[in-house]
Unconditional design. Structure first.
Lengths: 291, 276
């Protein structure tokens, strides 16, 4: 055996197990979902046959699918925007040096460590219409999770609570690599803090902001746990997102074919979104390099 | 110190205080609920339990199955972490230190995989595990968790391993060290902080995961804590006090980890994200 062959074999031995595992348990099942989505598959009735794009055609006429898409879009837009704005504010505050800063970071990070299911239970109890502390503090008697107008905003608030820490700490890490000298130079040149923020902080932080935006958008678009436990998609499906709808089709009504079509479409939505982000990324990077 | 600066400090402190209260409020309220006697749960005021009681915690810990479910959660999270390391460390080493063709493509694919929605492959896995007769076993849960943990592990560890100087790697290679030897004597000791970060994040991810654990389990034989908490239901009425106690108990391990290893966790989350 030559040295080159030995090298190559060594590389395969190192990479192989992980590659096989990912291919077997992640990639193949996705392809199988694709195949299922082209079939009518109802195990309880013993129905299993190929129907081509029938499921996808049905998707176009399915009002519930479109409202689930709209809820998902609404959820992504508002939760990600709020998380980014709040997270940036907290990151700017935590960048200052002050006594107890480490403890403050740990406290801010706490909600991120809570399982989404537990977070949903926390907020379900806070939003409770009869004994909830929110109504008590506000002096109102709103049925937050039962009122179609409030249920989705309530779910967004719970998500903002849970994920803002992640956003804040990634942005904080991004802020900490901006050299201190830049700010000192700007101060000497007579720039005020708002100008320093606009001319130094924002442009230099932009790559991290875009990355956080990508992570959070993809994560919010596949929201399931929080909404499933908090409202179950109700009231009257007003908080039903794409993944919640796909879950119900698959496991409540056991429509494996149509449920898979919804799952595949969700996957394609998220893929398209991330590709769009990556294009914006590349443009932002190129602009930075041109400067 | 001039007035303007003092004012800015005060405003900053106030804002930070507000946010910390927002972050902690739901925890504190849940703890108060868990400590309230059953009769006071449906009353407001009083805000604080009078007197506080441990009855809900006792009920949860004494309930048949709770300890089993907690043990399942620990087993699943630890095994997922080990599996992710066993498969992920060699792969990350190869990607960081050897000439691998299509390296950029592999790394991009890994990032995609760690982000893709679980719903896209849960149905086939569900059907497959039923077919193999391992639905409702902790192993089914471990396998699915590892699929998501592995791409993240490889991606992050590759970033950590790349920071180890190539000279060290080359010197060991020239001295006739095998890949296994280099990993054990050079890479792993130097990348220990990175390994701790990744291990913690995988543990927390697995501890919190819901969709797979929920669909692939059917009984307390294999259920994890998030599933049990999502399914918590009383015989007659919703047992808010017990739900609160169980929710607090399920959160304790991750909260302790965050307090002990806050810096390691943050460095794991930001590895590659900020530098790359």
């Amino acid at each position: 055996m030559t040295d080159a062959t030995r090298e190559r074999l060594g590389r395969y031995a190192l990479l192989g197990p992980a590659a096989l595992f990912v291919a077997g348990v992640a990639l193949l099942p996705v392809l199988f979902t694709l195949w299922l989505s082209l079939r009518r598959q109802l195990p309880i009735f013993g129905v299993s046959r190929f129907v081509g794009f029938e499921n996808y055609r049905f998707l176009l006429e399915d009002g519930r699918f479109w409202s689930a898409s709209a809820h998902t879009g609404y959820f992504v837009l508002f939760s990600v925007t709020l998380e980014l704005a709040l997270g940036l504010g907290i990151a700017l505050l935590l960048r200052q040096r002050f006594p107890g800063r480490g403890v403050a970071c740990a406290l801010v990070l706490l909600p991120w460590a809570v399982p989404s299911v537990v977070a949903a239970r926390f907020w379900e109890w806070i939003f409770n219409s009869d004994y909830g502390v929110l109504n008590y503090l506000l002096g109102t008697s709103v049925n937050w999770l039962g009122d179609p107008r409030w249920a989705l905003p309530a779910a967004i608030l719970a998500d903002v609570w849970k994920t803002t820490p992640f956003v804040a700490l990634l942005l904080l890490a991004g802020l900490q690599v901006i050299p201190e000298e830049l700010y000192r130079a700007a101060r000497i040149d007579g720039a005020n803090s708002l100008q320093a923020f606009r001319r130094i902080t924002l442009p230099l932080l932009m790559p991290v902001i875009l990355l956080v935006l990508l992570f959070r958008t993809m994560d919010a678009a596949r929201i399931f746990d929080l909404i499933f436990v908090l409202t179950g998609g109700g009231p009257a499906n007003r908080t039903e997102t794409l993944v919640v709808y796909a879950y119900k089709l698959l496991y409540r009504t056991l429509q494996f074919g149509y449920g898979s079509a919804v799952a595949v479409t969700t996957f394609l939505f998220i893929l398209a979104l991330s590709l769009a982000y990556l294009r914006i990324f590349r443009r932002a990077w190129r602009m930075r390099e041109d400067r | 110190m001039d007035w303007k600066q003092l004012l800015r400090w005060l405003a900053g402190g106030l804002l930070l205080g507000l946010f910390v209260s927002f972050a902690l409020g739901p925890f504190i309220w849940q703890l108060i609920t868990a400590l309230k006697p059953a009769g006071q749960l449906a009353q407001l005021p009083p805000l604080l339990p009078a007197p506080p009681t441990a009855q809900h915690f006792v009920a949860v810990l004494g309930a048949p199955g709770f300890l089993r479910v907690a043990a399942n959660s620990v087993f699943v999270a630890v095994t997922t972490m080990l599996l992710a390391f066993i498969l992920g460390v060699p792969a990350a080493y190869a990607l960081a230190k050897l000439q691998v063709g299509g390296r950029q493509v592999i790394l991009a694919a890994l990032l995609c995989f760690s982000m893709f929605p679980a719903i896209a492959n849960v149905a086939p896995l569900y059907l497959l595990f039923i077919h193999l007769g391992i639905r409702d076993s902790v192993f089914a849960v471990v396998i699915t968790h590892s699929v998501f943990a592995l791409p993240f592990t490889v991606w992050t560890l590759t970033n950590f391993f790349q920071e180890i100087p190539n000279d060290l790697y080359r010197a060991a290679r020239i001295d006739g060290c095998s890949h296994g030897g280099i990993l054990r004597h050079v890479v792993l000791p130097l990348a220990m902080p990175g390994l701790v970060s990744v291990g913690l994040l995988v543990f927390i991810f697995s501890w919190n995961e819901f969709l797979y654990s929920f669909t692939l389990t059917a009984t307390e034989r294999s259920r994890t804590l998030p599933v049990a908490i999502a399914l918590f239901a009383g015989l007659h009425e919703i047992p808010w006090g017990e739900i609160a106690a169980a929710a607090i108990l399920a959160t304790i391990p991750t909260v302790v980890l965050v307090f002990l290893f806050q810096r390691r966790i943050i460095s794991g989350l930001t590895a590659g994200a900020v530098k790359g």
